[in-house]
Design a binder for this molecule. Sequence first.
Ligand code: TPP
Ligand code: MG
Length: 577
Amino acid sequence: MSATLQSVDANAEERELTDGFHLVINALKLNGINTIYGVPGIPITDFGRMAQAEGIRVISFRHEQNAGYAASIAGFLTKKPGICLTVSAPGFLNGLTALAHATTNCFPMILISGSSEREIVDLQQGDYEEMDQLAIAKPLCKAAFRVLHATDIGIGVARAIRAAVSGRPGGVYLDLPAKLFGQVMDAEAGQKSLVKVIDAAPAQIPAPSAVKRALDVLKSAKRPLIILGKGAAYAQADDAIRTLVEKTGIPFLPMSMGKGLLPDTHPQCAGAARSTVLKDADVVMLIGARLNWLLSHGKGKTWGEAPKKFIQIDIEPKEMDSNVEIAAPLVGDIGSCVSALLDGLAGNWPAAPADWIKTVTSKRDENVAKMAPRLMNNNSPMDYHGALGVLRTIVKERPDAILVNEGANALDLTRGIIDMYQPRKRLDVGTWGIMGIGMGYAIAATIETGKPVLAIEGDSAFGFSGMEVETICRYALPVCIVIFNNDGIYRGTDVNTSGTKDPATTVFVKGARYDKMIEAFGGVGVNATSPDELKRAVNAAMDSGKPTLINAVLDPGAGSESGRIGNLNPQSKLKKK
Ligand SMILES: Cc1ncc(C[n+]2csc(CCOP(=O)(O)OP(=O)(O)O)c2C)c(N)n1
Ligand SMILES: [Mg+2]
């Protein structure tokens, strides 16, 4: 055979073969997954390159935890699993925190990690980055799978996708050993082995008897309340939820990431009368909100003396009676449940009791009026209220921007002060109150939605993901970061009482200039010492869309221990020394 013919033969053979790399890429693409968040390295460097070459957007981070948080919030925003891609052992472990976070928060996410040689790992013979990743991931996620043969890639990816998004969404781990990527198989058979997941999150229709029970309980209420959780925001049943709230006329209380489902300025919003409504309501309908610590477990002082009945809408049957008796459990997906309730209302729903509405409205108006003057101060250095006063107006003027928020005081006060106007615009620390979500969330939020992001960050909170400002600059993302710099955790005024030179445990370098960090990567840095300066800088950033970091200089004494949750700090019966 001539040399030319030989090479034609080789080409023909190449055309007919595919490999693990391409099967994984094609399996993801077939299922509409078009973005991967990760950090390259052995054994997934080439996979990332090839995925990018094949049209998947691959966003490379500086630390896997941030890539993982990005993937988790991408899942929340899109209802498709966000993908985080990592190397083995250490990269996998860095991504694992975010996977557990996704599961806890009910966000669909898949952590795909390369892993080392099975034969060596299982005999513990000391492979490069040796770790039994599948076993470690299992207790921290909804499901965990490993694919050993190229022929099973289609099924493996399909199982991971369905597990992540169906029922209550959560994190899924997919273990892909290094050897798998290089495995070769017939291209046509490979193509046929891929699985398109049909109806990945099937509707779960509530039972008619459960719907009737819920409506009966609701009808009996004298002081009803609706609580909207982030599950309600995730459901993307925005119109149905709004109609239900407005048709019934019942006051609603949004949980942090439920804010904006209906505007916080809606006449029925009871956000500014939270303690009153929780204490005094007699029937509470939870929509995609759990009775966990964020709602004081549905009992105790917060909930007052008056007996209460709960109606709970959740896709997870096990959620019912988690903390208190649920009088009317409504199990199903939120869209289907709310629609069924709407059908059951059938036009003749009585108006919400007028005296209750009046109580809630006047409490709310009183609290709003009390707050108003504090938001208008132009103090320098700033306090939280002065800074948030201007940011509140900016968000009002730019309601489709996404607000990312973390910190302690920086979180609690922002949540309380900044009104949201659209669903899924407020992204924050979530169920665990976790620091470190900031930059990952900001990056994914703009990548997934095309909208600009305003990230309001405590100086401590920011530090957990601060290196990703390079990522933000590298991809030229429209992200404006405002650091509420009070020189430390909760406050910058603590002193070390031991007599040594070390600083106190909660304080940072005084007068730190976080704005200089972004300048190192070509972004815009601004040092803002008054609300006026802050306003100018944020507006300029939002107008330009340029990566910007504003160091907002706050009074180090502003802020209180642990923000609003200081009561959770353990106290000893012994006196503090
Ligand atoms: C992963 C993680 N580590 C530690 C904590 C404990 N923690 C709660 S808030 C906080 C930082 C608060 O300081 P800052 O972000 O500066 O907000 P401030 O109250 O000063 O505005 C820390 C470290 C946490 N919630 N999550
Ligand atoms: Mg701080």
